[in-house]
Design a protein around this ligand. Structure first.
Ligand SMILES: [Zn+2]
Length: 90
């Protein structure tokens, strides 16, 4: 999904078809501008950082954003909720 600013799309498209000869395009743009809105915000990503030299027998991963330790690499940090970017280096 690619969120777009429907108001900006409407304004730019109206500018492009300003001569008013193509009402089909205008109806499509109006339809888009009437579509249900969603709240969008930039997605922040983090990564799990393997803690080296810890005194435990198992691995510990720290969230790169909040430093919360986690015994497994989950898709989201259970503390701050940031989405983790996939990396292949253990
Ligand atoms: Zn976190």
């Amino acid at each position: 999904m690619k969120p777009v600013d429907a108001d900006e799309l409407f304004q730019k498209t109206i500018y492009i078809i300003n001569d008013g000869t193509d009402d089909k395009v205008l109806r499509i743009v109006v339809g888009i501008s009437l579509a249900e809105t969603v709240e969008a915000r930039p997605v922040k990503h983090g990564k799990w950082i393997k803690r080296s030299g810890n005194r435990y027998m198992f691995c510990i991963y720290d969230c790169s954003e909040c430093r919360c330790p986690n015994p497994i690499k989950t898709k989201y940090c259970p503390n701050c909720g940031v989405e983790m970017k996939e990396e292949n280096n253990d």
